[in-house]
Design a protein around this ligand. Structure first.
Ligand SMILES: [Zn+2]
Length: 248
């Protein structure tokens, strides 16, 4: 009787584990991999890394500008004479115009990360376009520069979005899969973030980090560690557009 019960329980657990694995598999598939992703990468409409022998990478920061974290991050980048790319939200740029201007004045690149960071899965095409256009207009009016890169919130991809981006002459700026340290997760400490990136570093990578999340002070500290360490190893840090040029 006892053995039979254990077997039943084990069988039940097996089915549950399988279901969990299936759900996890499906979720990561929809988030990280659109069925046409490989073609878009070949066409260079979506960039997640570039081919190069040079020790050069792009640090990218999402979800800012933030009045606390972004200036602290800019100080760290200045200290190391490193360039980066900031994928800003239009709404936050509007609230903190001086920070956006400082990013541009210090020769970093500014990319479009939508106006209010909605779930693009729940928006119609026109509403998606409005989120993108509104942000481009804000960046342009504050810095005089038109963004060349779009990082859709949550890494959302669709055929419609590709069409819209092509018309707007925006390249979709993805990130290198191995270089997502999930720095935004509360409780993730700077050494863990830095350790993940340093361990996985390869020439031509696009590193995704965040300067607009509650955990972002850890990211700022991590960036100091990452640059110090990788500079020793011969790496330089360029904007994402610069990296794309190098990769050609
Ligand atoms: Zn984001």
């Amino acid at each position: 009787m006892v053995i039979l019960t254990i077997r039943k329980r084990t069988a039940g657990l097996g089915v549950v584990s399988l279901l969990i694995l299936m759900i996890l598999g499906i979720t990561s598939y929809t988030l990280a991999k659109h069925p046409n992703m490989d073609n878009w990468k070949k066409e260079r409409i979506v960039i997640d890394k570039v081919e190069t022998d040079k020790k050069v990478v792009a640090l990218t920061f999402d979800d800012g500008p933030d009045p606390q974290f972004t200036p602290a991050l800019l100080d760290v980048l200045k200290k190391h004479d490193a360039q980066a790319t900031f994928f800003v939200m239009g709404k936050k740029a509007e609230s903190h115009p001086q920070i956006l201007k400082r990013i541009a004045a210090e020769n970093h690149e500014i990319g479009n990360h939508s106006y209010s960071h909605p779930d693009f899965n729940k928006l119609k095409r026109d509403a998606q376009l409005e989120e993108i256009n509104k942000t481009t207009a804000i960046i342009k009016s504050l810095t005089g520069q038109s963004p060349m890169l779009l990082r859709p919130p949550g890494g959302y991809l669709s055929y419609d979005l590709m069409e819209m981006s092509k018309k707007q002459k925006l390249t979709i700026a993805y990130w290198t899969y191995q270089q997502d340290s999930k720095d935004w997760r509360n409780g993730t400490k700077a050494p863990a973030i830095a350790g993940h990136i340093i361990k996985n570093i390869q020439p031509g990578q696009v590193i995704i980090l965040h300067d607009g999340c509650p955990n972002s002070m850890e990211t700022v500290r991590a960036v100091d560690m990452i640059i110090s360490n990788l500079k020793e190893d011969g790496y330089t840090f360029v904007t994402m557009s610069e990296l794309i040029k190098i990769g050609k």
